[in-house]
Design a binder for this molecule. Structure first.
Ligand SMILES: [Zn+2]
Length: 225
């Protein structure tokens, strides 16, 4: 996210500072609706064109290493997890985990007329024949409308419930930026606030140096009180 404004050609609106989300939030606060809409469009256009290589990727390895009873919750707007799921779902005998997109995703569309129906964006809803509409990409902090979209609301409800009851939570390369308080709260409240962690574990897969997990856990738990 640090160089997203530059990557998608939005520095004239957002500047070239490091925090894309805070710059976008500033736009909203200043009532610059036209510019904010341009930002949302440019971000969607950029991510929707991304494609996986034909080779096996870390996404294929991730999805195929999980089971049907596992779940993936992602904040990513890019289409890589969706496309990986789609291209591996036809393998005989393989049952893939479900994926929930907590901030929306450029490949996911929802039926405006049929609550609960979603699929690849712009394809046809099997229930009513309408095309699946784009899911809004949610920008942390600025968008308070998590509750206003049934798909997003349902994804967050499932995340809260399932993380609270999970035996293992694996965080894959998540930086928890300061601007994304809701995501941090989700992890803290759903998991760290549970009474017993005797048989639970958290794994963090990241390129950073190894950290002192005990002190991280204790400080996170203190924050959640
Ligand atoms: Zn429908």
């Amino acid at each position: 996210m640090n160089d997203l404004a530059e990557t998608v050609g939005l520095t004239s609106i957002l500047g070239s500072g490091e925090n894309f989300e805070l710059a976008y939030e500033q736009l909203i606060r200043q009532g610059c609706d036209h510019e904010a809409a341009r930002v949302r469009r440019a971000v969607w256009d950029y991510f929707v064109d991304l494609e996986l290589p034909d080779d096996v990727t870390v996404y294929d390895q991730l999805i195929l290493s999980l089971r049907a009873k596992d779940l993936i919750f992602t904040f990513n707007w890019d289409p890589f997890l969706f496309d990986t799921w789609a291209r591996n779902s036809c393998i005989d005998g393989v049952q893939l985990p479900e994926i929930h997109f907590l901030h929306g995703n450029v490949r996911v569309g929802i039926c405006k007329g049929c609550c609960g129906k979603w699929g690849r964006v712009f394809t046809v809803c099997p229930e009513c024949g309408d095309r699946f509409s784009e899911l809004p990409l949610l920008f942390p902090e600025s968008d308070k409308n998590y509750e206003g979209n049934w798909y997003i609301r349902s994804a967050w409800e499932q995340a809260k419930e399932l993380i609270a009851n999970a035996f293992t939570v694996t965080v894959f390369g998540y930086g928890a930026p300061a601007s994304d308080r809701r995501a941090v709260e989700l992890l803290k409240r759903a998991w760290l606030s549970q009474e017993s962690h005797v048989f639970k574990q958290v794994e963090v897969v990241d390129i950073k140096k190894e950290i002192d997990c005990d002190s991280l856990y204790n400080s996170a738990k203190a924050c959640s009180k």
